[in-house]
Ligand binder design. Structure first.
Ligand code: NAD
Length: 297
């Protein structure tokens, strides 16, 4: 299939590589020339602009952009995709954005007969490179079925979540819970260790008891408890604090529109905001435990 791909950053670049590896013909664009050059070296064609992608005979265009602002510019702008593509070209946005913006863009696309899916991912840059991402997909059943083989060349768990925007709903709900559970795990680990327990023993108890969760048994924030997690390498790599902060902003915004309380989600957002403004925005989100341990490194 001839696929257009816009947004070749930390996630988009490995995803695009996997599409080439699966045998698709790829035309790409990114504001970063270096990112484009790396894909061209792997066999993609340089489309030079969003309009350049729109003018090609792509059957499908995938975007992987930072936030709603860029997504709206790329889809809805005068020089954007919708103003310049043929009817029938299929669209998938895999960026993480708020559900309302996703629905707005999808509605504009549907109106001119361009079937669109929102398909945010989890699994991080490692999952993107390994082709094992989870895709949470919003859109019609038929469009989902059509996109499935392409998504399978970039991911492993591909879940249809319902109509347009529901992929983003699943993503914000999950990541809000992840932030809350990470802070809870950090708080409990710090309390136990402060009261005299060995961190490994405490983690072992929690992980076989009712407090067990992913933040505790797979990604424990306490240094020395687990190997191969950010806590074991000074909180480098992994899922950045500022990216988590962005997702918490999406959750609290979506909650405002739905007029639903997110008491713990809002508190988690404030804790991550405070942690980021202390200069820790680039550290993995499990480093939030430093708020408790007083470690200022
Ligand atoms: P990134 O900042 O590394 O990449 C974004 C890319 O988009 C950049 O290369 C940038 O040059 C390009 N871009 C921005 N505006 C553009 C425009 N108008 N036209 C063309 N290109 C443009 O971000 P990322 O880490 O790849 O994340 C992409 C999305 O995936 C975000 O929404 C993020 O929240 C989400 N996400 C990231 C991770 C992760 O671990 N990094 C995990 C899951 C989801």
């Amino acid at each position: 299939m001839h696929i257009g791909f816009i947004g070749l950053g930390n996630m988009g670049s490995p995803m695009a590589h996997n599409l080439i590896a699966a045998g698709h013909q790829l035309s790409v664009f990114d504001l970063s020339q270096a990112a484009v050059d790396a894909l061209v070296a792997a066999g993609a064609a340089n489309a030079a602009s969003v309009q350049g992608i729109a003018a090609l005979d792509c059957e499908l265009i995938i975007t992987m952009l930072p936030a709603a602002k860029q997504v709206k510019a790329v889809y809805l702008g005068e020089e954007g995709l919708l103003a310049n593509i043929r009817p029938g070209v299929r669209l998938i946005d895999s960026s993480t954005i708020d559900p309302l913006s996703a629905r707005e863009v999808a509605a504009a696309a549907e109106q001119q007969n361009n079937p669109m899916l929102d398909a945010p991912v989890s699994g991080g840059t490692g999952g993107a490179a390994a082709g094992t991402l989870t895709f949470m997909v919003g859109g019609s059943e038929g469009d989902f079925a059509h996109a499935l083989p392409v998504l399978q060349s970039m991911g492993k768990n591909i879940v249809h979540c319902g109509p347009a925007g529901n992929g983003q709903v699943a993503k914000v709900a999950n990541n809000m819970l992840l932030a809350i559970s990470m802070i809870g795990t950090a708080e409990a680990m710090n309390l136990g260790v402060s009261l005299g327990m060995e961190p490994e023993v405490l983690a072992g108890i929690i992980n076989t008891s009712s407090g067990r969760c992913w933040s505790s048994d797979t990604y424990n924030p306490y240094p020395g408890v687990m190997e191969n997690v950010p806590a074991a390498r000074g909180y480098s790599g992994g899922f950045g604090t500022d990216l988590m902060l962005k997702d918490l902003g999406l959750a609290t915004e979506a909650a405002k529109h739905a007029q639903q309380p997110v008491l713990l989600g809002a508190l988690a957002q404030q804790l991550y905001q405070s942690f980021s403004s202390q200069g820790h925005g680039a550290l993995d989100f499990s480093a939030i435990i430093k708020l408790y341990t007083g470690d200022t490194e």
